[in-house]
Write a protein that binds this ligand. Structure first.
Ligand code: APR
Length: 235
């Protein structure tokens, strides 16, 4: 597959208008849950049931939300420019793929997959993960964890993302606060390689100054307009 010319990084803000809470906005996930307890390997070792409950709840919520106009616009962009667009998401929901994005990297894993601690196999998993849950590959019981990347763990497919960033002409970050590395460093990698960098956010603050251009507004409004701009050749 040819290297993508356009790399789009997405964060929780793109799913906010679908009804998925962001992490660091007031009343976001980390205002209501202790990150150390539910999103670290140490938290899981200490209290696996608490961690499973947290992700079981989030997995159930995923069934009641739908992709919004921003996810759909990115899928449209990929369809219009086949082979040119890569979406790298920090989100563990499945709204990009449900909207139709196909060239997609879930760098922080997926709520809809489980990982077996006994054999290392990953498998699709839409139910709750419970003590009686059996790994479809090795049949071990009670050894499944959510296939999500916790703090202190290595995000997925970083080599592929690095390659894409050094070869792209346009890098856009949508709905992310840029608080978590390595994603927060992608803008510099793309910029160093000569790409135009654009941030789209409800409120451009903090890390926005690291981009060539900022577009402020709700994702469901600014992303479709941004996609139209690229498709009309003014990107
Ligand atoms: N449209 C556009 N942007 C929005 C909207 C919206 N409707 N609503 C909120 N935002 C923006 C906020 O302004 C904020 O900058 O989305 C961003 C969300 O930031 P975070 O909550 O920090 O989420 P994110 O950047 O995705 O977090 C990165 O942190 O906890 C971890 O693993 C988790 O993947 C996550 C990572």
């Amino acid at each position: 597959m040819p290297k993508p010319k356009i790399v789009i990084l997405t964060g929780a803000g793109i799913s906010a208008e679908s009804g998925v809470a962001t992490f660091r906005d007031p009343n976001g996930v980390w205002a209501n849950f202790d990150l150390e307890e539910v999103a670290t390997p140490q938290g899981f070792a200490c209290n696996p049931a608490k961690v499973q409950d947290f992700y079981n709840m989030r997995r159930r919520q995923m069934g009641s939300v739908e992709p919004n106009a921003a996810h759909q616009a990115l899928a449209r962009l990929e369809q219009a420019l086949p082979d040119e667009v890569l979406v790298v998401t920090q989100n563990i929901d499945d709204l990009h793929e449900r909207a139709g994005s196909r060239r997609l990297i879930h760098m922080h894993g997926e709520l809809g997959r489980a990982l077996c601690l006994a054999c290392g196999a990953g498998s699709p998993w839409m139910d709750d993960i419970a003590a009686q849950s059996k790994c479809p590959a090795c049949e071990a019981m009670g050894r499944l964890r959510p296939d999500v990347v916790w703090f202190g763990e290595m995000p997925y497919r970083m080599e592929e993302v690095g390659d894409a960033l050094t070869g792209c002409d346009l890098f856009a970050a949508i709905g992310t606060s840029g608080s978590v590395y390595p994603a927060a460093g992608f803008v510099e990698e793309a910029r160093a390689a000569g790409a135009l960098t654009i941030e789209l956010n409800l409120k451009c603050a903090g890390w926005a100054s690291r981009f060539d251009e900022q577009i402020e507004g709700p994702a469901t409004q600014v992303v479709p307009a941004f996609v139209e701009r690229i498709l009309s050749g003014k990107g």
